[in-house]
Design a protein around this ligand. Structure first.
Ligand code: NAP
Length: 435
């Protein structure tokens, strides 16, 4: 009997699950249900525009999407066009592959001021995500802080100091290229609340910071740790390598027009200013047994923009068992409850690189196939039922053939030398389809 599977989302974890199911040999249909008209989620809207190579993984996803078992339901929002309960009724298995697109709040006094953004919003804005088209951050500032010392923080800091021609060669949204190129920003502060031995960067991404043409790195080598005893043994070697790289940055020339300041053991305490950000009060910390402990010593850094790159949360979907505190769907190896699964960041929280969710997809695909074969979770109508429902609701679903058209139109409108220029709104994507 055919196993019908609905996967909510079309980012990496969704595609890895679809691919694993398609290759499992099981008799199944796989429907990818995506809120936006275009597929690929994090690959399209999360990966930094100057990391085009990382986006190449979408070629493999494209092959999966064209497989005969797979269908794409774009512009189809769970909660608007169809409910989770309806999907669970129609499909043998439903997979939550919704990622973690929401910001964790900074939650310090003043963090509601104009000029404070979460990285999901800020990254979405420069990446042309329709949800953040209107963010319109005021970049008429000389200095900015990026809170957090993970790879997203590096992406934001790097893009803020890139020169116009560098940005123009990417698929960055035109509104963001214009705003960043016009910004007088010269100094970006990257703030890590613990010591550098706990920085969450990966080596390749950190190395890139030392190679920026337009920005020098400012780091006080005396603040870098020499002992790594407090770092878990498995991470020690790589963290040591990272700190050595940071130490090397201290010796790089300081002659570039812009600066990225790495500040560790520095925690934001209060956003200063009136309506708008005028500064950030930070507290000097010390790291004890892997934890940041306040020293009471504060400093006010004058700046006009704060981007908090401190992690993400999954969206809560009505009817899915959601852990509000952790911001994910509690599960046992991907199994949320019989017939309902979670993969990727919805399953584990926002950690790991893109390929990490491959293993989640394989695990959950195996569960689904076993449940279908074993306890008879198979035989529900799946696709036919969803198509009927959407037609009755006059939903404006996009298919993968529609995506091909949007894709071609975006490539055709790219700036010279750039891979594409995304349509930054749902309306413009649908207009490219003549709707
Ligand atoms: P992340 O790696 O978890 O880093 C989050 C950072 O925020 C950490 O430094 C964390 O410090 C800090 N933080 C959390 N809460 C804070 C608070 N209240 N105040 C101050 N600092 C706080 O998260 P991410 O950068 O969002 O990245 C998410 C995942 O995507 C990661 O696995 C990352 O490697 C991956 N990614 C990869 C790439 C790439 O490969 N090029 C690009 C982007 C993202 P503590 O450690 O002290 O908690």
């Amino acid at each position: 009997m055919t196993i019908s599977v609905a996967i909510i989302g079309s980012g990496p974890s969704a595609f890895y699950t679809a691919d694993a199911l398609a290759k499992s040999g099981a008799d199944c249909t796989i429907d990818l249900i995506e809120r936006l008209p275009a597929p690929f989620g994090l690959i399209r809207y999360g990966v930094a525009p100057d990391h085009e190579t990382t986006r190449k993984v979408s070629r493999a996803f494209d092959k999966t999407a064209r497989g005969d078992k797979v269908a794409f339901f774009g512009n189809t929002e769970v909660g608007r066009d169809v409910s989770l309960a309806e999907l669970r009724q129609a499909y043998d298995a439903v997979v939550l592959a919704v990622g973690a697109p929401n910001d964790r709040p900074l939650g310090i006094p003043g963090s509601d001021k104009k000029g404070v953004y979460g990285s999901a919003a800020f990254v979405g804005w420069y990446n042309g995500h329709p949800d953040f088209r209107a963010l319109n951050p005021d970049l008429n500032v000389k200095a900015a802080a990026v809170v957090g010392v993970g790879n997203v923080a590096l992406d934001v800091a790097r893009l803020l100091v890139r020169a116009k021609p560098e940005l123009e060669a990417t698929d960055m949204a035109q509104h963001a290229v214009d705003a960043i190129a016009a910004s007088p920003v010269t100094d970006v502060y990257l703030l890590g609340r613990r010591g550098a031995q706990f920085a969450a960067f990966t080596i390749g991404e950190l190395r890139e910071m030392g190679e920026l043409e337009g920005a020098s790195i400012v780091i006080d080598a005396a603040t870098l740790p020499t002992s790594f005893d407090d770092v878990p043994e498995d991470d020690r070697r790589i963290q040591q390598k990272m700190v050595e790289m940071l130490r090397g940055f201290a010796d790089l020339p300081k002659d570039r027009p812009k600066r990225v300041h790495f500040r560790f053991n520095t925690s934001p305490k209060e956003v200063l200013g009136g309506d708008r950000v005028e500064g950030l009060r930070v507290e000097k910390m010390r790291t004890e047994n892997g934890r940041a402990v306040g020293t009471g010593e504060t400093e006010d850094i004058p700046l006009g923009l704060v981007v908090a790159a401190i992690g993400y949360r999954s969206p809560r979907i009505e009817g899915g068992h959601f852990d509000e505190q952790k911001g994910l769907y509690p599960n046992d190896g991907g199994l949320v409850e019989p017939g309902l699964y979670a993969v990727g960041w919805a399953m584990r929280g926002p950690s790991g690189v893109i390929g990490t969710s491959k293993i989640d997809g394989q695990t959950v695909a195996k569960h689904i196939v076993e449940a279908g074969a074993g306890s008879g979770q198979a035989g529900k109508p799946g696709r036919a039922a969803l198509e009927k429902l959407l037609a009755a609701r006059k939903a404006r679903r996009t298919t993968y053939a529609d995506w091909d058209k949007i894709d071609a139109a975006e490539i055709a409108r790219a700036r010279p030398g750039a891979p594409r220029l995304k349509f930054p709104s749902v309306e413009e994507m649908l207009a490219a389809l003549g709707r």
